[in-house]
Design a protein around this ligand. Structure first.
Ligand SMILES: [Zn+2]
Ligand SMILES: [Zn+2]
Length: 120
């Protein structure tokens, strides 16, 4: 799996205080990102915290017949409001582009003045 969107924490404890152990491992996945965690953790397990249900990835290293949890990783939440803001800005800049010659104007007044030059 691709772990680049995850925040790695050097702990085996969940934010809620629960300590993960190897019994929480539920299915193994190979980490695709080269050089991740100094290549020590090549395997992980995507689980939900049994206590707070938060999605967590356990970073694992094989230790003989069993596994050692090196740390955990949690998904980085993408902030939605930022996207809407960007979209609004694009709409605004479109408004300030002359529909006839595509010239960009700094403000609405400038565009209006520019538009008059096409009506001559
Ligand atoms: Zn938890
Ligand atoms: Zn124009």
């Amino acid at each position: 799996m691709d772990i680049s969107n995850y925040n790695v924490k050097d702990t085996t404890k969940c934010e809620c205080g629960l300590e993960f152990n190897i019994h929480d491992i539920d299915g193994l996945k190979t980490i695709d990102n080269h050089g991740f965690f100094s290549n020590i953790a090549r395997t992980c397990s995507q689980i939900r915290c049994p206590k707070c249900k938060k999605e967590t990835v356990l970073l694992l290293r094989q230790k003989g017949q069993t596994w050692q949890i090196l740390g955990i990783a949690t998904k980085i939440e993408k902030k939605q409001p930022m996207k809407t803001e960007n979209k609004a800005q694009i709409n605004l800049s479109n408004e300030l582009v002359c529909p006839i010659c595509q010239k960009a104007c700094k403000n609405k007044l400038g565009l209006n003045a520019h538009m008059k030059t096409h009506n001559k």
